[in-house]
Design a protein around this ligand. Structure first.
Ligand code: 6GU
Length: 245
């Protein structure tokens, strides 16, 4: 998978050299390129923002640097003329992290992990001029995606979270694919609690069923734990039939 990131803070992404995503980059499973939006400005001060039409607090990111940078990346990815391929499924998905976007979910991560090309555009200030989204949505796939109901200063940290969630679902990135199956959100529920040796620690014992060797009983206990946990902290995840009892 090729991932392009557009940002005014490229140095944020140096952490993607480490851990699982770092390994996946070294092995060639992920081709990740970070671009500086300011390289696409043409004034002395490398201006990327301006005051909002209609007034109001804060600054809005100007459309021109985004247009020039995105045309270049899209053209490179499609191996064709700038912007031309964005209208087809062959073009990349353009993802803009935004608290005004649709909620990022495991399901979304699974579907994005199957794309050959993702482009992340990190907005700062009060956001990006709306015409950037409209322009690329007219010929391609554009998604505004939010991590949750809180506000970050910019998209960079959100993009890192999304890349970690998506990257680990690319075949080969996580060593043991079975570890992807039994975790929170994969089956719609929170994961069950895990224990390892010693069987007693500071007076806390591992639940005896896990030492029983009875695989049926263990599976049933884990399922109960998943349901109980989900009911307690995330009842919104349960199907309506399960939410009361
Ligand atoms: Cl994706 N971006 C920003 N700036 N703030 C957020 C967010 C994204 N998700 C939650 N808050």
């Amino acid at each position: 998978m090729r991932i392009d990131i557009l940002t005014i803070f490229p140095e944020f992404f140096s952490v993607l050299d480490v851990s699982l995503v770092g390994k996946a980059r070294q092995s060639g499973l992920i081709d990740l390129r970070v671009h500086n939006l300011r390289d696409h400005t043409h004034d002395r001060h490398n201006t990327v923002d301006d005051t909002p039409y209609g007034g109001g607090a804060g600054m809005v990111m100007k459309p021109e640097p985004w247009g020039e940078a995105l045309d270049e990346i899209i053209g490179e990815v499609a191996g064709g003329a700038a912007g031309d391929q964005a209208g087809t499924d062959a073009g990349p998905v353009l993802i803009f992290p935004s608290p005004a976007g649709e909620l990022f979910t495991q399901k979304m991560a699974r579907s994005l992990a199957e794309e050959p090309n993702l482009v992340f555009g990190c907005g700062r200030y009060e956001g990006i001029d709306q015409r950037v989204f409209d322009h690329y949505a007219a010929t391609g796939r554009v998604r505004l995606i939010s991590l949750g109901d809180y506000v970050l200063n910019g998209g960079e940290v959100a993009v890192m979270a999304m890349i970690e969630a998506i990257g680990r679902l690319i075949p080969g990135v996580v060593g043991n694919p079975e570890s992807l199956v039994e975790e929170s959100h994969e089956d719609g529920l929170l994961e069950y609690p895990s224990y390892t040796k010693p069987s007693s620690w500071r007076g806390h014992d591992v639940p005896p069923v896990l030492l029983s060797g009875n695989h049926g009983a263990i599976a049933a206990w884990r399922r109960e734990q998943q349901l109980a946990r989900t009911r307690q902290v995330r009842p919104d995840l349960l199907p309506p039939a399960n939410s009361e009892e």
